[in-house]
Write a protein that binds this ligand. Structure first.
Ligand code: GUN
Length: 305
């Protein structure tokens, strides 16, 4: 495993980009062995630039894995009823194994209503309340992609996670809560910390595993981290530009929720931003689509973990 620059510290770099490439390769091999093509439908409402980029990458990687990609791009002023109608058609479409409605949705649309209209068996985001409930009660579920990717990186690095102290920073439905459930499922002692937690540095300092998912640039400092801990940084934050647009530095640097330079001097291993958790999310979406396709047909599930 690569080490961070010796002058900066001793932490190993957890290479999510390479792991994700390997996972996509394993998925493509599994797909090639099927006598049907798993299909993923992605719904994008509106013009959000970040969402456009994500949806483009999802479509490309779906096709590269040998699956069918169905993209539905709807105008910003689309009604909730029209989105619910599309979801109902995708639920009934036998060629569609996975449905992802890109978030955030425009304000006239209730995201919860849309997510809970998706057939739980096709809910490859794992956001439906049925899948959240299944995960929380230890039943087979579709698991949200980003925390699933974090868990894969942790198991690859640490093997058995039993008995380790894990602190998850951030309590979102998309990352923090499912991450805590997954770590509990691996027999970790889990603390779910958030903006109202008293003594955040103290809580983080007890963690063998620290997962930061708060969306606050470089919030976690080096002296918050237990020496030797494994640090997973879910944050992707763009700092304000340091130069005019078009010039070097004109786009603003991407940083995580962890102060990487400081943390790398203390942690045992750490994910970089970019190139850590980010690439794992789409790879896990493809994994979930393959799993959903197999489950729906009563086929054995591929071993991808
Ligand atoms: N927007 C940002 N990340 C995600 C994701 O993982 N799933 C969906 N549906 N929307 C997102």
């Amino acid at each position: 495993m690569a080490q961070v620059d010796a002058a900066a510290g001793t932490a190993d770099l957890i290479d999510g980009k390479a792991f994700a490439a390997g996972l996509r390769e394993r998925i493509a091999q599994e797909v090639a062995g099927l006598d049907f093509k798993p299909g993923l439908a992605v719904v994008l409402v509106g013009e959000d630039p970040a969402s456009q980029v994500y949806v483009g990458s999802k479509g490309r990687q779906t096709v590269e894995a040998g699956m069918a990609s169905f993209e539905h791009r709807l105008p910003e002023d689309t009604s909730e009823a029209a989105v619910l109608d599309l979801v109902a058609r995708l639920n009934d479409d036998p060629e569609v194994d996975g449905i992802l409605v890109q978030l955030p949705l425009p304000k006239q649309i209730d995201s919860t209503a849309v997510i809970n209209a998706i057939d739980p068996a096709k809910d490859v985001d794992g956001f439906h309340v049925i899948n959240a409930g299944r995960l929380a009660t230890g039943q087979p579920a579709m698991v949200p992609c980003t925390p699933l990717g974090c868990l894969m990186l942790l198991k690859d690095r640490l093997g058995d996670l039993s008995g380790l102290r894990a602190v998850v920073l951030g309590r979102s439905n998309i990352v923090g809560k499912p991450m805590a459930q997954l770590l509990l499922g691996q027999n970790c002692t889990v603390t779910l910390a958030h903006s109202r937690t008293k003594d955040l540095p103290g809580e983080c300092g007890r963690a063998d595993i620290l997962v930061a998912a708060v969306g606050r640039p470089e919030m976690v400092k080096g002296d918050w981290i237990k020496p030797g801990a494994t640090v997973i940084d879910v944050g992707i934050n763009r700092l304000p530009p340091s130069a005019p647009p078009g010039e070097p530095g004109g786009k603003g640097r991407l940083v995580g929720d962890v102060d990487f330079e400081e943390a790398a001097k203390v942690a045992g291993a750490i994910t970089p931003v970019p190139g850590g958790v980010g690439p794992m999310t789409i790879a896990c979406l493809l994994a979930n689509t393959l799993v959903a396709a197999c489950r729906r047909r009563g086929l054995p599930e591929p071993e991808l973990l």
